[in-house]
Ligand binder design. Sequence first.
Ligand code: CA
Length: 140
Amino acid sequence: MSANDGQRTFTLDLYCNLMSFKKPFRAVPITLGRHYRAKQQQRERRSALRLLGVAAAVGAIGGAGSTALSGQGKAAITAFMKPIAVQAGIMREREPQSGDFWSGCDDARAAGTAPIYSAEPGYRKEMDGDGDGVACEPYR
Ligand SMILES: [Ca+2]
């Protein structure tokens, strides 16, 4: 680098300092606002609660799984969960059994065996109005 280059650099810097209207960049530490801090704390609390919920669910599933390993535990869980599942429409009160014959869907529903799928005993095309392979579907 020659002395001339140094002088040119100096001149350019001087020019920039004198002629520029822009203020030089100065980093200023930012303090978070009260509202933002409150939101962040709320977010952290929710995240912690979610983690706790997931942990509880994993624990419950693990506990139910270990209980289900024994036949007695499985029976207890089934006895406890079945009414809930029936109420929610996930499970039938009574599974279709061979030899089932229903005069109509009202009888099948009264027996708690509806809906009846095409491969199951008790299924008849006459009971499946729309022909989709499911007889005595729940009312919509
Ligand atoms: Ca149907």
